[in-house]
Design a protein around this ligand. Structure first.
Ligand code: C5P
Length: 322
């Protein structure tokens, strides 16, 4: 009976969280109907669908077809950046069984998920999310870090000197306009990360440090809008969802930890920072509510694993026959 009681609590919690995410999602599309706020000049020409009307497998196959790439030398013409871009591609033919993505949510605090996280073959973290001092909750292993261009450029993050960015694979991203060419972006990045990128690569020529192809970020946005019935915020997807798309080709499965909120959900934005900001979890700037609803829909972990333990599990692309 106590098991049944527990199941009942989990499904009540699940309904509330999904309701909350759907509410943000609908409110957002109401605001967007005014046609304002389009800083990246998104002129979406596709037609909106509904992920609920497709199967998880169909959606995964559509996500597999969506191209998200790192920037290659051949993409940048004669720009000085050219010679700093690694000749080898990200992970090349490497494959991993289990991968974990650690969304930096406040609900990781007191989660005790450290050893679960470290048991994965690959661990992805974001931005300046620390492990030191938080090992019990977030583990100590980092294979890859996805960094936004603010972390690369703003002095408070010490990108060039901090040990947080050493001895791990780095992928840095900065959004371009929806329709702009790479050459436009090279001239007008949102935060100019190129100087620090080149300096970083110069300091350590063996480093595995990549830039994301900014045009392909919008392919991921298009995928979300193609499969969302409401209009989405016309800003790039969050690092969490970009990270998921980036890893799926290389892993048998990906566990995304505290992305879909568990029973530990809190108003705190990050586990490493006391600041309250519920919009980090439910989304304002990114189309986060849509990302999370879709990610939950395609995941195959049990409700107990998602809402009590705190992770969704997504099947990697390599075993999918689409
Ligand atoms: O805040 P930051 O961008 O560093 O967090 C990394 C990613 O983790 C976000 O892009 C988002 O996908 C996820 N996140 C979340 N809920 C939070 C904080 C972060 O889902 N409260």
């Amino acid at each position: 009976d106590s098991y049944r009681e527990c199941d009942k609590k989990t499904s009540e919690f699940k309904e509330n969280i999904l309701k909350e995410l759907r509410k943000v999602f609908t409110d957002e599309s109401n605001i967007l109907r005014t046609g304002k706020e389009n800083p990246y000049n998104v002129n979406y020409r596709g037609s909106r669908g509904n992920f609920m009307e497709k199967s998880p497998k169909e959606l995964l196959c559509l996500l597999k077809e969506t191209s998200l790439k790192t920037l290659r030398r051949s993409d940048v013409g004669n720009h000085p950046l050219r010679d700093f871009i690694p000749k080898r591609a990200l992970f090349e033919n490497k494959r991993f069984n289990s991968c974990a993505i650690i969304a930096s949510a406040g609900s990781l605090k007191n989660s005790n998920l450290g050893s679960f996280i470290d048991s994965h073959d690959l661990v992805m973290r974001f931005n300046n999310a620390p492990t030191k001092g938080f090992e019990v909750d977030v583990g100590r292993k980092t294979t890859i870090r996805l960094l936004n261009s603010q972390v690369v450029t703003k002095p408070q993050f010490n990108f060039l000197t901090s040990t947080m960015y050493k001895n791990v694979t780095l992928v840095m991203w900065d959004p371009s306009n929806y329709t702009s060419f790479i050459s436009d972006w090279l001239d007008h990045p949102e935060f100019n990360l190129f100087m620090n990128y080149m300096a970083f690569r110069k300091n350590d020529q063996k480093s595995r440090a990549f830039l994301m192809n900014p045009q392909t970020i919008w392919n991921v946005w298009d995928f979300l809008q193609d499969n969302s019935p409401s209009r989405l915020r016309r800003n790039p997807p969050s690092s969490g969802f970009l990270g998921l798309k980036l890893l799926l080709p290389f892993c048998n499965f990906v566990d995304v930890v505290e992305y879909v909120p568990s029973v530990r959900v809190t108003r705190r934005c990050h586990y490493y920072d006391p600041e309250d900001n519920p919009s980090c979890t439910f989304g304002v700037w990114h189309p986060l509510a849509a990302e999370k609803l879709l990610t939950f829909f395609i995941n195959y972990a049990s409700d107990n694993e998602v809402f009590q333990k705190g992770y969704v599990r997504i099947a990697g692309f390599k075993n999918m026959d689409c």
